[in-house]
Ligand binder design. Structure first.
Ligand code: FAD
Length: 357
C-alpha cells in the first residue's frame, strides 16, 4: 500500500481519479456530499473515441449510439453514421462501478469544507488540519467550484414519446443562443429533451417548451421533471484547493462547444492521480493531455464564434464538412488530415484554420 489518497466528489472526475489511484496501490477514500451518486442533471452520453482510460461495463449501458442527426435553425444539416458511436449510460451505476470495483471506499453525505479543511458527515468530522504533512488527493466537486465562464443547460425527462430512435442523438443548433436543443434516449422508455446555450433560464425554458410543442412525437408524452445545471465552458483552470488538485469540471474539463464533460472529467481525474503517484508535475501532465488540447481548440472556436452574428454562425455550421464537424465535436481534430480532405475546398480549409489558430 502506498498510503492514503483522498478524492473530494464522486462524479466522473472523482471516479477517474479513484480508479487510477487504487490501481497505483493507494488506499482511496472518496467523499461525496450527496446521499446518492449522479444526482446532477446530465444527458449521460459518452462518445467512444478510444481515449477513455477506464472500461465501461456493459451492464451500465442503456443504449448504444450509432448515429447523430444535426439541424441548424430548423434546417436539416446532415446525419452521421458510425462517426458518432457512443453510449448512453446509467451514470450512477458507472460511477459506482469505477469507485467500488477499484476497491476505493465511498463515503456519502460527506461534505468537504474548503475553508475549514474538514469533511463533515452526519456523525463525524475529519479534520485535515490535524494531518501530518499534506494529504494527497484531488478535488472533483464539479461546476460550482469552477471560476471561468459557465452556461446553463436544462432538460425535461419525458416518458411515452413515440418514434424515438434509441440509437440516435438528435442535435438542433440554435445560432441565436449559441447552443443547441437535443433529444437523447434516456433510461428505458424515457427520453431527455434539453437545451443549453448562452441564455437565461426563462429564455431557455420558453425555447424548450416551444421545441417540444412543435414536435408531434412528444404530443402524448408526459414530462416527468425539468432539471438543469451550469456547465463550465471557459476552458481549463488548473490549480488546487488546499493542496487537492482540481480535476473534472471544477478545473474546466468540459468541451466548450458541446458541453461534453463525462469523458474529459474521467480522463483528467485519471491523469492527475497517475501524475501524483509518479511524483510528476500534475498541472503539466494535465495540460499536455490530448483532451486538454481538445478543450483549448473548442474554446478558441467558441471565442471566435461568439463575435459572429447568428447568420454568420449558421453559414459557418452549414459550410463545414461532416468530418470536420465530427472531429471538432469529439475533440479528435487532426488539422493535417482535415486540410488534406479539404484540398479541393481551400476557402473552407482557410476558414476552419482561421477559427482554430
Ligand atoms: C443538462 C446537462 C446535460 C449534460 N449532458 C452531458 C452528456 O450527455 N455527456 C457528457 O459527457 N456531459 C454532459 N454534461 C456535463 C457533465 O454532466 C459534467 O461535465 C460532468 O458530470 C462533470 O463531472 P465532475 O466529476 O467534474 O463533476 P460532477 O459530475 O458535478 O460531480 C461532482 C460531485 O462532487 C460532489 N461535491 C460537490 N462539492 C462537494 C464537496 N464540497 N464535498 C464533497 N462532495 C462534493 C457533488 O455532489 C457531485 O457528486 C451535461 C451537463 C448538464 C448540466
Amino acid at each position: 500500500m502506498k498510503g492514503d489518497f483522498y478524492v473530494i466528489g464522486a462524479g466522473p472526475g472523482g471516479a477517474g481519479a479513484a480508479w487510477a489511484a487504487s490501481k497505483e496501490g493507494y488506499k482511496v477514500v472518496v467523499f461525496e456530499s450527496s446521499n446518492k451518486l449522479a444526482s446532477k442533471p446530465c444527458g449521460r452520453g459518452i462518445p467512444l473515441t478510444g481515449d477513455l482510460p477506464v472500461k465501461i461495463p456493459r451492464d451500465v449501458v442503456y443504449h448504444k449510439i450509432r448515429r447523430a442527426v444535426m439541424y441548424v435553425n430548423g434546417k436539416f444539416l446532415f446525419e452521421y453514421e458510425r462517426m458518432f458511436d457512443g453510449y448512453i449510460v446509467d451514470k450512477a451505476a458507472l460511477l459506482e462501478a469505477l469507485i467500488v470495483e477499484s476497491g476505493s471506499e465511498l463515503v456519502t453525505r460527506a461534505k468537504y469544507e474548503p475553508r475549514r479543511r474538514q469533511v463533515k458527515t452526519p456523525s463525524s468530522v475529519m479534520d485535515f488540519n490535524k494531518a501530518t504533512g499534506q494529504p494527497q488527493g484531488v478535488f472533483a466537486g464539479g461546476h460550482a467550484y469552477y471560476e471561468g465562464e459557465k452556461i446553463l443547460a436544462i432538460q425535461y425527462i419525458a416518458r411515452g414519446a413515440s418514434g424515438i430512435d434509441e440509437a440516435s442523438l438528435e442535435i438542433y443548433f440554435d445560432t441565436h443562443i449559441l447552443g443547441y436543443y437535443y433529444v437523447f434516449p434516456g433510461e428505458p422508455s424515457k427520453v431527455e429533451i434539453g437545451v443549453g446555450g448562452f441564455a437565461g433560464f426563462e429564455t431557455l425554458k420558453r425555447g424548450l417548451d416551444a421545441f417540444i410543442k412543435k414536435d408531434p412525437r412528444f404530443r402524448g408524452a408526459t414530462l416527468e421533471r425539468l432539471e438543469g445545471a451550469r456547465i463550465a465552458v471557459g476552458g481549463l483552470r488548473l490549480g488546487d484547493i488546499n493542496g487537492f488538485y482540481l480535476v473534472g469540471e471544477a478545473a474546466g474539463f468540459v468541451l466548450p462547444l458541446t458541453g461534453e464533460g463525462i469523458r474529459p472529467s474521467i480522463i483528467s481525474g485519471y491523469e492527475a492521480a497517475r501524475a501524483i503517484a509518479n511524483g510528476e508535475n500534475v498541472a503539466r501532465r494535465l495540460e499536455s493531455a490530448k483532451i486538454s488540447r481538445a478543450v483549448r481548440i473548442q474554446r478558441a472556436i467558441l471565442e471566435r464564434v461568439k463575435k459572429m452574428d447568428p447568420g454568420e454562425r449558421e453559414k459557418l455550421l452549414s459550410m463545414l464538412p461532416r468530418e470536420a464537424h465530427a472531429e471538432i465535436a469529439l475533440g479528435t481534430l487532426n488539422i493535417n488530415r482535415i486540410a488534406r480532405s479539404l484540398v479541393d475546398k481551400p476557402q473552407v480549409a482557410a476558414r476552419l484554420l482561421s477559427l482554430i489558430v
